[in-house]
Design a protein around this ligand. Structure first.
Ligand SMILES: *[C@@H]1O[C@H](CO)[C@@H](O)[C@H](O)[C@H]1NC(C)=O
Length: 206
C-alpha cells in the first residue's frame, strides 16, 4: 500500500471520529451535518426507504436558480449565496457556512421558472443582515414536516430527479399525503468531500 493510500485511510479515520457537537439544549445534530450547523428536526417516523421529519421554523437566504443542462446556473447561484455569507450584506458580517444547500424545483405544467437555491441561516442569527445583491433575499419558513429520502455519492441533477421520482412513487403507494407541485434537493457536502457523502430529496407532507 503506497504512502498516499495510507494518508487517505488515516484522513478517513479522523473524519469518522468527528462528531457533531451537542448543543446546550441537549439536541444532537445528525452525523451527516458533520461540523456544520443544520436545521433542527425531530424524526417522526422511519419507513423502510425514507423518513418523516418535523423541522423547526427556519430562516434561509435564497436566490433564483437557472436550471440548465450544464450546471452553470448552480455555480452562479451558489456564488451569490457564498458572497452573502462572506460579507456582501448590510453589516459586512461573515457567516459560517451551514448545511444543507437547499434547491427548490417546481414540478408543475407548464413548467414554472422559479427554481431557487438557499442556504440555511444559523439559528443564533435572529436578525440576519440584509443581502447587498438584489438577487438574494431572506426567507422565513414556518415549522414543516417533510418526507426525506437519503442517498450517498456524488449527486448530479439526474440523480436527485431519479430519487425524487422513486420517493414520489413510494409515498403514493402508501397513500401518504404530500405536496407534489415541487421537490427539494438538499446537498450536504462540498465537492472536496470524498467519503460518506450525503444527499437528500424532500417532499413536504400535507
Ligand atoms: C413558483 O411558481 C408557481 C407557478 O407560478 C407557483 O405556484 C409557486 O408558488 C411558485 N413558488 C414560489 C416558491 O414562489
Amino acid at each position: 500500500m503506497g504512502a498516499r493510500s495510507l494518508l487517505v485511510l488515516s484522513l478517513l479515520c479522523v473524519w469518522g471520529a468527528v462528531r457533531a457537537e451537542d448543543t446546550s439544549d441537549g439536541y444532537k445534530a445528525p452525523e451527516f451535518c458533520r461540523k456544520s450547523e443544520c436545521p433542527k428536526y425531530q424524526l417522526v417516523k422511519k419507513y423502510d426507504t425514507f423518513e418523516l421529519r418535523a423541522y423547526e421554523a427556519t430562516k434561509w437566504i435564497t436566490t433564483p436558480l437557472e436550471v440548465d443542462v450544464f450546471g452553470i446556473g448552480i455555480y452562479k447561484s451558489f456564488r451569490r449565496l457564498s458572497d452573502y455569507i462572506n460579507g456582501e450584506n448590510s453589516e459586512g458580517l461573515t457567516i459560517k457556512m451551514t448545511v444543507p444547500v437547499r434547491i427548490y424545483i417546481p414540478f408543475i405544467t407548464p413548467p414554472a421558472k422559479n427554481a431557487t437555491m438557499s442556504l440555511f441561516v444559523p439559528s443564533a442569527l435572529e436578525n440576519p443582515p440584509l443581502p447587498k445583491s438584489t438577487d438574494v433575499h431572506l426567507e422565513s419558513f414556518p415549522p414543516i414536516s417533510v418526507y426525506v429520502k437519503s442517498f450517498g455519492g456524488y449527486a448530479m441533477n439526474s440523480d436527485y430527479e431519479k430519487k425524487a421520482k422513486i420517493l414520489s412513487k413510494e409515498l403514493t403507494d402508501l397513500a401518504l399525503q404530500f405536496d407534489n407541485t415541487f421537490g427539494t434537493a438538499a446537498a450536504y457536502n462540498d465537492p472536496l468531500t470524498f467519503f460518506k457523502r450525503h444527499n437528500e430529496v424532500w417532499f413536504t407532507a400535507q
